[in-house]
Design a protein around this ligand. Structure first.
Ligand code: BES
Ligand code: ZN
Length: 845
């Protein structure tokens, strides 16, 4: 007999009655859960975590039970199999862990308040009520909530409230759904509500610490996104309402609970009068991501967590598809190209990385699957590649069939490929599984060999890689018709180069549009041809050329010093994506210089050379009516100019600070505010400036302003202020645990603050583990550290600290990859620094 690893195989619930009583005063939850279901065996198990079980009855009679903490089980001995109704009475603590049922803290007019909310993905529903807490165990839920209620408080859940009786709020029965999507919340909330064309009520809810108009942007996007998805999926939104709720304490970014989506405040509320375009775009994509899940994930759910990509990769693609449809002027796919694509290409090149589809059983490992660069970014790119291959008509037809076949049920990856493959008349699974199941991606080498244009593929690595001879089915998207649509072999010959070049009358290229997940290494002749014609290329192609060269340099296949002379060619571009990529490369050069050295001075000069004309062209203040490109470009060039210590820029930024100091620093245009504040702290930073900003941080409920202050304060060069800053890291009244990583990372990236930040995390690791451990964000403290370290000394310290933690469940992969990442960087710097610095000084001296 095979082992029954999933509780669902033993007991299949069909209906839950949840009665939950939450006392905020005593921080105790008491509950009674009634589960009706089908027992396949007599000894069944139900999930619970940290619950004190008072009694268990089966069909009204007490039965014996045991709890087992190691696998979160409540084991119940039944006397027969078949349909049974279990009644379980329990209590549980209400803790500040941001998992299960938990309080969020905030202040309005100096009065401390809290709202209660929930976070059940991946497996925290079991901390709120006993249940078979597996995505496949779908059932219907009747929820009843009681709490120490005060006048005027709002209560929300997946479904509308149907009645209140004796202080108990009863909600309508849900549709058939997974436990991880159950949600409820209550507190003193404000809201804005509208209705879609099809009659779905859409609402945005937030605390009263926000101005009412901060809810407007989200409401508009949410409404139009639902209308878009109903059309695109050809499947109606299945619930009566779609609530969006901002919670002041939130571990992830946002969570797609069915009908009650929860968000970090930063990703829902915004000041419509002073928020930068890129922040608006980000918020819009977060909302559209979660709303994409209402179908993909909620209506049809992965059978098990190994197919998490069905949820996350898909939602990550759809967030762009939908924003592109509702805000076409934003050209939102450009954001995909400057954020997701480089993240995926960088991380996926490290040996040991996970594949998009990963087998998994241990709950601690399930959370570790949410690797944003892989399951999100690479997974989305894989689907973008598929979409380009089959076209939107086949995609939509396939999706419609997929929803019809699996709604209120579960699916596996193969079900999606089959549905789309059938609609497209193509073996989609065969092509896509090479991307889904294998880690890494190929570099396609394009060369002229004996006069023949030849392509070959091999896995691309940054750092050492164990060549498993992996091969991919690569959608080539060449601009020469003679190239095949799919490259399946290791090597292919396209034809005689001279003849092809004449016929096509343009430089040879592959991966036009940059939608396939691979990079290209052109030989010298082909690359020269492209670079000689660079001005005729569109901005995505220019980005791609720079990006691929950058990766090849990271992977030691070319030298960074070969890229340096190309940078000035792109510096005058009016395209924000070209500028973004240019500065990505330029910022990469910083690791090759020692602070305050002559090399550092030369690099500063290079930054000045790259940015000065653009700073003049764009000016410090955003202008009304300027293009999106200009708005998005300005931050990059101002940042570069300040890095270059350009005296006019430093003075201009200071003048803007002084102008606003007496009234309201938050009123400085959000497009430039970060640079103004940081410049002030760095170059004019008295303790008074520091204290004032920290005070602003504590008081403000504008998340983007708070982020700017965080970035400014962590850049302080003053040892005394650095010490003071670290002193606030564990003070939740100043820095919420959900925001701490940004402070840690900011200080670690500051040469003057690195030691203090690094000492803090090493000394207080246990505190961090107690505070945010068990949470999906926890391991990212290691990730961000590894992104910054680049000296042999730090590498040794990093290893000494993290190697002993290698066997911690859920951390193994991250630690071993991060050691490798820092090792590779240290080696690269050693090998390249002289050539790079020479190339830089060659341009400026
Ligand atoms: N389902 C996730 C949230 C989540 C992630 C819960 C990991 C539990 C564990 C949600 O849909 C999501 O992907 N959120 C993102 C933001 C999103 C817009 C990319 C997140 O939280 O980072
Ligand atoms: Zn998601």
């Amino acid at each position: 007999m095979t082992e029954l690893t999933h509780f669902y195989q033993k007991f299949q619930p069909t209906h839950y009655d949840l009665y939950i009583d939450i006392d905020r005063g005593t921080k105790v939850i008491t509950g009674k859960t009634t589960i009706t279901g089908d027992a396949k065996v007599k000894d069944i198990s139900i999930h619970q975590k940290d619950l004190t079980i008072k009694s268990v009855q089966a069909d009204g009679k007490d039965v014996s039970f045991t709890t087992e903490n190691q696998n979160d089980a409540l084991n119940v001995a039944l006397t027969k199999t078949g349909e049974v109704t279990l009644t379980i009475e329990y209590s549980a603590p209400l803790t500040d862990s941001m998992m299960g049922i938990y309080p969020s803290y905030y202040e309005v007019d100096g009065v401390k308040k809290q709202i209660i909310g929930t976070q059940f993905e991946t497996n925290f529903a079991r901390q709120a009520f006993p249940c078979v807490d597996e995505p496949e165990a779908k059932a219907k839920f009747d929820i009843a909530l009681k709490f120490d209620e005060q006048d005027g408080e709002t209560v929300l859940s997946n479904m509308p409230e149907v009645k209140t009786e004796n202080g108990v709020h009863y909600f309508d029965t849900t549709v058939r759904m997974s436990t991880y999507l159950i949600a409820f919340a209550f507190g003193d909330l404000q809201s804005k509500i509208t209705t879609t064309k099809s009659g779905v009520k859409v609402g945005v809810f937030a605390t009263k610490a926000h101005k009412a108009n901060e809810l407007d942007f989200a409401l508009d996007i949410a409404k139009r996104a639902i209308e878009f998805y109903e059309d695109f999926y050809q499947t109606p939104y299945p619930l009566p309402h779609s609530w969006q709720l901002a919670l002041p304490d939130f571990s992830a970014g946002a969570m797609e609970n069915w009908g009650l989506v929860t968000y970090r405040e930063a990703y829902l509320t915004l000041d419509p009068d002073n928020t930068s375009l890129d922040t608006k775009q980000l918020v819009a994509t977060v909302i559209t991501h979660e709303l994409a899940h209402q179908w993909f994930g909620d209506l049809v759910t992965m059978k098990w967590w190994d197919d998490l990509w069905l949820n996350e990769s898909f939602a990550n693609m759809m967030e762009y598809v939908s924003v592109d449809a509702i805000e076409p002027d934003w050209h939102i796919w450009e954001m995909f190209q400057t954020s997701d694509v480089p993240a995926a290409l960088q991380r996926d090149a490290t040996d040991g990385v996970q594949s998009v589809h990963v087998d998994v059983e241990d709950p601690a490992e399930i959370d570790a699957l949410f690797d944003s660069a892989i399951v999100y970014a690479k997974g989305a790119r894989m689907l973008v590649m598929m979409r380009a291959l089959v076209g939107d008509d086949a995609l939509r037809k396939g999706l419609k069939n997929y929803f019809a076949a699996h709604q209120y049920n579960n699916a596996k990856g193969a079900d999606l490929w089959n549905a789309i493959g059938e609609a497209a008349g193509m073996d989609v699974a065969k092509i896509m599984n090479t991307w889904l199941e294998q880690p890494g991606y190929p570099v396609v080498k394009a060369s002229i060999i004996d006069g023949e244009l030849t392509l070959s593929q091999e896995q691309f690595f940054i750092g050492d890689g164990v060549g498993k001879e992996r091969q991919w089915q690569i959608p080539l998207n060449s601009n020469y018709d003679a190239a095949p649509k799919i490259m399946a072999d290791k090597t292919i010959v396209i034809g005689t180069y001279d003849k092809l070049r004449k016929e096509n009358d343009k430089p040879f290229r592959v991966n036009v549009g940059n939608n396939s997940h691979f990079i290209v290494k052109y030989d010298d002749e082909l690359l020269k041809d492209i670079l000689d014609n660079i001005d005729s290329l569109d901005s995505i192609s220019q980005l791609q050329i720079l990006q691929d060269l950058r990766l090849l340099a990271e992977g030691n296949q070319i030298s960074y010093s070969e890229i340096v002379p190309l940078l000035p060619k792109f510096a005058g571009s009016h395209s924000n994506v070209v500028i973004a990529t240019l500065y990505r490369v330029a910022n990469d050069l910083k690791k090759f210089v020692t602070p305050n050295s002559n090399e550092a001075k030369s690099l500063e000069k290079l930054f000045d050379k790259l940015s000065s004309d653009q700073v003049k062209r764009l000016g410090w203040q955003p202008k009304s009516g300027e293009s999106n490109d200009d708005q998005l470009t300005r931050p990059y060039v101002l940042n570069a100019s300040l890095y270059a210590k350009n005296p006019i820029s430093i003075e201009s930024a200071h003048a803007i600070y002084v102008d606003n100091e007496q009234q309201d620093l938050s009123a400085i245009s959000a497009d430039i505010r970060l640079f103004i504040l940081r410049n002030e702290v760095k170059n004019y930073g008295t303790e008074e400036v520091f204290d004032n900003l920290l005070d602003e941080y504590r008081k403000s409920s504008d998340a983007s302003y708070k982020e700017d202050i965080c970035a400014a304060l962590t850049a302080t060069p003053d040892p005394k202020l650095i010490k003071k800053l670290v002193g606030f890291f564990e003070d939740a009244d100043t820095i919420k645990p959900q925001d701490l990583r940004a402070w840690y990372r900011g200080l670690l990236a500051n040469d003057a603050g690195q030691e203090a930040a690094w000492d803090w995390i090493r000394n207080d690791w246990q505190w961090l583990d107690d505070t945010v451990g068990g949470d999906m964000e926890f391991t990212t403290y290691i990730t961000v550290t590894a992104m910054i370290f680049h000296t042999p000394e730090r590498l040794a310290e990093f290893k000494a600290f993290f190697e002993p933690k290698l066997n911690t469940p859920g951390m193994t992969r991250e630690i071993s990859m991060d050691i490798k990442i820092v090792e590779t960087r240290v080696k690269l710097i050693e090998a390249e620094k002289d050539a790079v610095n020479e190339a830089v000084s060659g341009l400026v001296d």
